[in-house]
Design a protein around this ligand. Structure first.
Ligand SMILES: *Cc1c(COP(=O)(O)O)cnc(C)c1O
Length: 381
């Protein structure tokens, strides 16, 4: 499939370097060239390939922001497997174009909560006007998979196999760096569930653990959903419905209610267990950044480099720029590589709210976090 767009480009941001007047070299690995618009296709394609090989006849999933649903629908169309996407009702209403792309690829979009499942009917009976939640959409998708022969529920981040699929990002980056003599000092990725970051750093981190490099790795998360920087390292559920197996990870608690941050792909309460372990062992730094500062650089990047970044990706860009500006002060000529995970074409409502000045920042208080921590399971570990 040519439109998978691999290898994806590793681009030197010459115009950005010039605008910042930094002695640093800045490179980005751009995952937004495929039609689904993000790195999520790397795992969607692999998971649907194996589903097909295993003889499964349908798949279900949930989607909040819409990137995962789009990528999975694209892969399911290629391998000819029917897909049902439980899309959080407010998202389906706010993002009609996302829904249209999924449907064009043949995916069935069901706004959640729906009356197609028991859990959906129960929620609707209690609260008919609810806009839905990711946790509820996951519970609906899992129920359908459990009740349908030869059907499975698939997940687009967090889990180890997803990071394995995403390691194609890092493998290609490493190959390109070796080919062109680029030696990264800093590698930066945005972190929602941790899959693109985990994939980007994987081969470099392997070398670091074996003492073969001294690269500084940085995970960037939104200040509105700070699972690494303010979370607890604990056993927790992957979903709000508390139906998944427990995972040890940095988490805000499955009941944490993130604010409506525009980087929907980063609004997740937990973090990949692999990324969590690396962070806990001190191999990885984590920083949180505020939304307005993210859109400030997203806009600057669009104007000087021409590429419109996804809001999620612009979190990594923010820290890449902060590091390049430090180099300007110290005169150091560091090499900075960051992951540009997707295109911003599907997030124009977020750009509109930044452009018209209505975007605001939101940082959870300690009380907000305490409410989330209160939902952590008491498993005595
Ligand atoms: C989903 C998404 C993310 C965050 O997911 P990870 O699993 O942390 O990689 C980041 N960027 C884009 C464009 C996304 O769609």
């Amino acid at each position: 499939m040519v439109t998978f767009g691999r290898p994806s480009p590793l681009v030197r941001a010459y115009c950005l370097e010039k605008q910042l007047e930094t002695p640093a070299e800045i490179y980005y690995k751009f995952e937004g060239t495929n039609t689904s618009g993000s790195h999520k296709l790397n795992s969607a394609a692999a998971q649907v390939y194996y589903a097909r090989k295993e003889g499964l006849t349908s798949l279900t999933t949930e989607t909040g922001a819409g990137q995962w649903g789009t990528a999975l629908a694209m892969a399911c169309a290629y391998y000819n497997i029917p897909l049902s996407v439980y899309m959080v009702k407010v998202s389906a209403e706010q993002k009609p174009y996302r829904k249209a792309v999924i449907e064009t690829y043949g995916g069935k979009v069901i706004p959640s909560p729906s009356n197609t499942t028991e859990v959906g009917r129960k929620i609707l009976a209690k609260n008919p006007d609810t806009g839905g939640s990711l946790g509820c959409a996951i519970s609906e998708a899992i129920e359908v998979a459990m009740k349908t022969d030869n059907c499975r529920y698939v997940l687009g981040s967090v889990l180890d196999h997803v990071l394995l699929h995403q390691s194609i990002i890092g493998e290609e980056t490493k190959t390109a760096c070796e080919k062109y003599g680029i030696k990264p000092d800093i590698i930066i990725g945005c972190a929602g569930g941790g899959s693109n970051l985990g994939g980007l750093i994987a081969p470099f981190m392997g070398d670091k653990i074996h003492g073969k490099n001294d690269i500084h790795f940085i995970a960037v998360e939104p200040a509105s959903c700070p699972s690494l920087t303010r979370g607890k390292y604990a056993f927790d559920f992957g979903d709000t419905g508390q139906t998944t197996p427990l995972m040890k990870m940095y988490t805000l608690g499955s009941g944490f209610m993130p604010s409506p941050n525009h980087a929907g792909g980063l609004r997740y309460h937990g973090m990949s267990p692999i990324v969590s372990k690396l962070y806990d062992d001190g191999y990885l730094e984590a920083r949180s950044v505020e939304q307005l500062k993210v859109f400030e650089v997203a806009t600057m990047f669009a104007r000087c480099e021409g590429t419109l970044p996804a809001p999620e990706s612009a979190h990594a860009l923010r820290v890449a720029i902060d590091e390049a500006l430090k180099c300007k002060e110290t005169g150091e000529k560091k090499t900075i590589v960051f992951g540009l995970t997707g295109t911003g074409y599907f997030d124009l409502s977020a750009y509109m709210s930044y452009n018209d000045g209505s975007m605001t920042d939101y940082i959870p208080t300690d009380e907000d976090l305490a409410k989330g921590f209160a939902t952590l399971p008491n498993v005595g570990l």
